[in-house]
Design a protein around this ligand. Structure first.
Ligand SMILES: *Cc1c(COP(=O)(O)O)cnc(C)c1O
Length: 400
């Protein structure tokens, strides 16, 4: 329990689990297959249809999805994968799992996204090594400019793998064509996560979508130990041409995923409505507080409500703002610390100058955004932010 006078902390994100989600899991627990059963295929089929891809391969989490994508492409040690520096660690780490080297691309400081310009700059740092994949991240839920990034990648002999955990439900319009994130029209594959803060939750869970049947088959093989069953072989027979992993998603969690996926339209509408409410409520705090810029082609279902704060103009450090908001019962998070600054990558690649990523990191703060928020919560968050920026500390009411 929170001490009296202190409101319960509103987290920056959380899952929405309802009675029918729980019932779906209970039913799955009573079924014949707890794993590798029919609910896996049912979830994959529904997911593929939702995002408009030919194939969807479920796996244990979003990090496994990225690793499987690298394995499916057969990325080799010493080859290069380009990753934006503003992302979660896993986007870069998946390259290292297969021995590939990471080249960090800068991002646009206003949107946090990798752009054709920042990718073009990263391409000048290949140093003769072979580029295999470029991993744009649809940060916050806004969509990177996939056609331009795909063209640049293709010219360099590589493919796109979209790291899309933030953007389930997001759509985009390039030219006059409406597209869905995950339809993999411009990329070899797109990856998703069902971590509790993401748009739908299975606790842990992930998915890879693709339109390429050969990639889908490789993803399935590598998800389950690298085992293949040659056609016409004896019923007990399996072969392992190369070792894979156990990255399966059990039927129990696929049942939860199916139940959650059916709610995506409602979750998406709620996130869109809350984002709109934030836009209106935050306007008076400009220019000290600005919402991250939405590219004109992007129609996002925002995963994160990222604002960029001019802490210098406010005369406060980010720590003071984070702590101040916490006193008002508002949780926040920073998405993300530039990955190129992590000790491991710093030691491996040395200090990099990525001014867009540094600027994004210096200003960003993620405010609470999830479907279970009440309408008044948005006003409460923005009022608290305004008060903190004006130097007002929360005064707990004294009991009695
Ligand atoms: C959540 C996330 C991941 C990792 O997903 P897990 O399911 O937590 O392993 C990877 N990339 C991005 C951009 C994410 O947001």
């Amino acid at each position: 329990m929170a001490p009296s006078g202190t409101p319960a902390v509103l987290p920056y994100g959380r899952q929405t689990i309802e009675d029918d989600d729980i019932a779906a899991v209970v039913e799955a627990l009573r079924a014949d297959f707890l794993t590798t059963g029919p609910t896996v295929e049912a979830f994959e089929g529904a997911f593929a249809e939702t995002v408009g891809a030919r194939h969807a391969v479920a796996c244990s989490n979003g990090t496994a999805a990225l690793h499987l994508a690298m394995l499916a492409l057969d990325v080799q040690p010493g080859e290069v994968v380009i990753v934006p520096s503003i992302t979660f660690l896993a986007t870069a780490n998946c390259a290292r799992y297969v021995g590939a080297e990471v080249v960090f691309a800068d991002v646009d400081p206003a949107s946090g996204l990798m752009t054709p310009d920042t990718l073009a700059e990263a391409l000048t740092r290949l140093e003769g090594r072979r580029l295999r994949a470029v991993l744009p991240v649809h940060l916050r839920g806004d969509v990177a400019h996939l056609p331009s990034l795909a063209t640049l990648a293709q010219e360099a002999g590589a493919v796109l793998v979209e790291d899309a955990p933030h953007a389930l439900g997001s759509t985009m319009t390039f030219g006059n064509v409406a597209e869905r994130v995950g339809d993999a029209r411009h990329s070899a594959m797109a990856t998703f996560s069902f971590h509790p803060v993401k748009t739908i939750a299975t606790g842990e869970g992930g998915m890879v979508t693709t339109n390429d049947p050969a990639l889908a088959e490789r993803l399935r093989t590598m998800r389950s130990h690298g085992m293949v069953r040659p056609e016409g072989a004896d019923p007990w027979w399996y072969e392992m041409p190369e070792p894979g992993f156990n990255y399966r998603l059990p039927d129990i969690l696929c049942a939860l995923g199916l139940s959650q996926l059916a709610k995506l339209p409602r979750f998406a509408a709620r996130r869109r409505a809350l984002a709109k409410a934030y836009e209106t409520a935050l306007a008076p705090l400009a220019p000290v507080v600005r919402i991250a810029v939405q590219p004109q082609w992007s129609d996002p279902v925002l995963h994160l409500m990222c604002v960029l704060i001019d802490f210098e103009a406010a005369g406060l450090t980010r720590r003071q703002v984070v702590d101040g908001l916490r006193e008002y019962g508002i949780g926040t998070q920073v998405h993300y610390i530039p990955v190129h600054r992590q000790p491991y990558y710093l030691e491996r690649y040395g200090a990099l100058h990525l001014p867009g990523a540094e600027s994004w990191y210096a200003h960003c703060l993620s405010l609470p955004l999830y479907p279970g928020m009440a309408d008044e919560d948005v006003g409460r968050v923005v009022a608290a932010l305004g008060a903190v920026l004006a130097g007002k500390r929360f005064k707990p009411q004294t009991a009695g």
